[in-house]
Design a protein around this ligand. Structure first.
Ligand code: NCD
Length: 310
């Protein structure tokens, strides 16, 4: 496993190995405490982040490794005009693995082409977010016990939401997956995903404009925020930002074994009153992100041999 730029960089076998390793770490985290001793993770974040960066750092620290990095373009030499390809060549001397987030689609890919260490895409513009997908898959597996035979509702900003794009790419590889795409017309999923992924694989999906009518059909409801920073004008954002708000009333329409996921941050698309519903799984989901990233770091650094046998 050299770099992780898109969720498709992992074969289904590698993905399944990663998820079972993550589940194993969850059962016995102590066993993994020294697997990354002496190794360094660089977090190069050119865009804001709370969960992704801190869960990466927490993951590396849990494994006995160390972390270094920057958390905004302003605090790196990008502010002086340095290119990502130059930056990664330097980081390759300072760290063993790098997680990079960038507002421009394809920037981590460009970095990977100039890097001597593995590069992980921690979110590139409105394109992909493969480690959020690992988190999402681990969450679904933990909550539902399976990744196949499921109806998944994706709701909100399906146009700019990179987590949705990556999740679709990953989920279509499992059997019996159906999608219900819930968004305003202007925020529907990009044509390339419909044509090259959903239609090309014959995956059943429907597009709807209201949450209520589909709530009873869902196994998973994946909510997303309207991605303000990717809009060309503020008026459109203001008009669309409250398109969908999940409330306790809407939750009454859902099955008892339906779970609500959200990559977070939430703005106002899930009312805080939903948080106490046992089916609200978004905070637990953020916690699973640490284990998914621990497993990813071990596999990408090729350190499985260092895991002590039981
Ligand atoms: C997401 C992202 O950055 O794409 N956040 C995250 O990593 N958990 C979702 C978002 O910002 O809306």
């Amino acid at each position: 496993m050299k770099h992780l730029i898109s969720p498709m960089d992992l074969t289904p076998e590698e993905l399944s190995e990663l998820l079972s390793l993550a589940q194993d770490i969850m059962k016995d985290p102590e066993r993994y405490r020294h697997v990354c001793d002496g190794k360094k993770l660089a977090t190069c974040f050119y865009e804001p982040s709370t969960r992704t960066r801190l869960s990466f750092e927490s993951a590396m620290l849990n494994l006995g490794g160390s972390v270094l990095g920057f958390q905004s373009a302003d605090s790196s030499s990008a502010a002086k005009g340095e290119s990502v390809s130059d930056t990664i060549q330097i980081i390759s001397y300072y760290a063993d693995i790098c997680a990079m987030r960038h507002p421009k689609e394809g920037a981590p890919y460009v970095a990977s082409k100039h890097s001597r260490i593995p590069v992980i895409n921690a979110g590139d513009g409105g394109h992909n977010h493969p480690t959020q997908t690992l988190t999402d898959l681990l969450t679904i597996l933990e909550l539902k016990g399976r990744l196949s035979d499921m109806t998944i509702g994706l709701c909100g900003d399906l146009k700019f939401g990179r987590t949705v794009h990556s999740l679709i790419n990953a989920m279509v590889r499992y059997e019996g997956i159906k999608f219900i795409l819930i968004s305003p017309e202007e925020l529907c999923i990009p044509a390339y995903l419909k044509e090259e992924v959903l239609d090309a694989r014959g995956i059943p999906y429907k597009e709807v404009r209201s949450l209520d009518e589909v709530m009873p059909d869902l196994d998973i409801l994946y909510m997303t925020r309207v991605q303000r920073e990717r809009f060309f004008n503020e008026e459109d954002y203001i008009r669309l930002k409250n398109s969908f708000i999940l409330t306790p009333e809407k939750m009454k329409l859902a099955r008892d074994d339906m779970f609500v996921l959200h990559p977070l941050p939430r703005v106002n698309e899930i009312s805080v009153e939903v948080d106490n519903d046992p089916r609200a799984a978004y905070f637990r989901q953020a916690g699973f992100g640490v284990y998914a990233r621990m497993a990813l770091i071990i596999l990408m650094l090729g350190l499985k041999d260092r895991i002590p046998q039981v």
